[in-house]
Design a protein around this ligand. Structure first.
Ligand code: CMP
Length: 138
């Protein structure tokens, strides 16, 4: 079925000038942009967004990295969106990401891994709603 996922182009990819190339890969990959914004996260907001990882050893670094510079947040629509988007971006660790995937092309490390993609339909809805109101979805 046609459904939605949520993504963020992370501070490393924004800082390295990859916003345009990544959006192009996303659109060429068949995803339609339903909502999008260029913004930045405070430590507090990044901490809230990643609450699911609160107990993980990398939480502190993740939060400070995600609040280190601007990001692009977006809701995307496609048939089988969550799974197909995770294929497009590649493995969390870019050294394990398949050739041609966004993380393979633009990511440097497991922390600075260029892009986020929701891991389930449920989280896609939670994450999308964290950033966007009903009036910001088209
Ligand atoms: P993302 O899927 O956006 O959300 C959690 C992030 O934590 C993940 O991307 C990685 O950038 C980061 N991270 C750092 N270390 C790890 C790890 N060992 N396992 C999973 N994610 C990690």
């Amino acid at each position: 079925a046609t459904n939605r996922t949520f993504t963020m182009i992370k501070p490393d990819a924004v800082g390295n000038g990859h916003i345009g190339a990544i959006l192009n890969d996303i659109i060429q990959g068949g995803f339609k942009i339903i909502a999008m914004k260029y913004t930045s996260l405070s430590d507090e907001i990044a901490g809230q967004f990643y609450t699911v990882h609160k107990e993980r050893p990398f939480y502190g670094e993740l939060v400070s990295f995600m609040s280190s510079g601007p990001i692009v947040a977006a809701i995307l629509e496609k048939e089988n969106a969550v799974e197909d988007f995770r294929k497009l971006i590649g493995a969390t660790d870019p050294s394990k990401a398949e050739a041609g995937t966004i993380r393979n092309k633009y990511a440097k490390s497991i922390d600075a891994n260029a892009i986020h993609g929701s891991d389930s339909d449920e989280n896609a809805e939670i994450e999308g709603s964290f950033f966007f109101s009903a009036f910001e979805r088209f």
